[in-house]
Ligand binder design. Structure first.
Ligand code: FEO
Length: 172
């Protein structure tokens, strides 16, 4: 793979790990506010982002290229409300979608076709991730500050079963 593509994928590994770190900080905040359902949801989402990073990590190694792990930014750790947490989660997903689009464009321009194929999974995944976050934000808008509804929504978020693993191994 061309150096520009490897570098762009390495930057995306950093972004996915940054998203994982950020969700972990959100989870800790929710746990301390006793929104344990949201805390669980966010912890699982953190694991999912870690798996996204590892999918790219494994892809770079499968292409016999150099993994370059970069420093992680300190994530935001204070939030105004539970709704604020999920609004930031949505903004984060929108930013990741922009990054994946740019990465896809780089891979395409450089004719890195294996990377283009690999990144198709991420394009589809981002549609799903944005949709999920947008739906949660919409629910928070709907319920406002109604405590009973907030407790219900927290319980609903806590029903999330697991982090969705990438469906295809990176090396196929
Ligand atoms: Fe890996 Fe939520 O983007």
């Amino acid at each position: 793979m061309k150096a520009a593509v490897v570098e762009a994928i390495n930057r995306q590994i950093n972004s996915e790990l940054g998203a994982s770190y950020s969700y972990l900080a959100m989870s800790a905040w929710c746990e301390r506010q006793k929104f344990t359902g949201a805390a669980r949801w966010l912890r699982l989402q953190s694991q999912e982002e870690y798996m996204h990073a590892m999918k790219l990590f494994d892809f770079i190694l499968a292409r016999d290229a150099q993994v370059d792990l970069k420093p992680l930014e300190k994530p935001r750790q204070k939030f105004k409300s539970l709704a604020d947490v999920f609004e930031r989660a949505l903004a984060q997903e929108q930013e990741v979608s922009r990054q994946i689009d740019a990465l896809y464009e780089t891979a395409f321009k450089e004719k890195a076709f294996a990377a283009v194929a690999e990144l198709q999974w991420f394009l589809t995944e981002q549609v799903e991730e944005e949709k999920t976050a947008r739906e949660i934000v919409a629910k928070f808008k709907l319920i406002g500050n109604d405590p009973a509804a907030l407790i219900d929504l927290d319980r609903e978020l806590g029903e999330r079963v697991s982090a969705a693993a990438p469906s295809t191994p990176a090396t196929t």
